[in-house]
Design a protein around this ligand. Sequence first.
Ligand SMILES: [Cu+2]
Length: 233
Amino acid sequence: MRILHLQVGLLVCLAAVGRVEAADIAGVVHVKPKLSEADYQKQMKGVKRDDIYKTQGVERVDYKSAAGNVVVYVEEAAGTFSPPEKNPAITQKNASFDPVVLPVLVGTTVDFPNKDVIFHNVFSYSKTKPFDLGLYKSGASKSVTFTKTGEVTVYCSIHRTMKADILVLQNPWFTVTDDKGNFKITGVPAGTYTLRAWHERFPEADVKVEVAEGAGEVHAELTLGVIDLPQVE
Ligand SMILES: [Cu+2]
């Protein structure tokens, strides 16, 4: 009975400490290409119609959905952190990687299961972690441990549209935005941080965030965009 009381007491104590020191960082990432339709048309003046037709069937970037799959992360935080007990996975399914963007804590092992009926090959030429898992069949899975922070772009040597990005980060305070750019990072200890936004097509953006003790929730907004980047329907 006494042990039980002690345990309950400890739990209450931990909960109280957590409430005082940690807060959530929540907000939105905006994606703002800067060139208007009118300015784009002005730039296109004098371009031959035949030349335009050559590229007509080429798939364009959908900037409306670009606010999704943005990694939002605390750049640096004090402390040492343990990788998760359950490995995150990037699955090969329908000749695509799922998810296409995966932030992980340094030291994490990522599983790459093949859930297609066809063979795939998973490899990366990145400086952060070059690897080549070779061809492997349906139902098989291989793993890679990421021991250095940085960016790792992953491809399949057979299917050229297969691409995934892994961001290896210093601390566990990161998340991926939903398709509207919303994000929430939970349980960030009190402190002053640089919050960064990473997207495969844009330069990174950052903002300073102050997490005060007992803040509850801190709001943050980030904007990704490129000067003169055309957005054409
Ligand atoms: Cu493939």
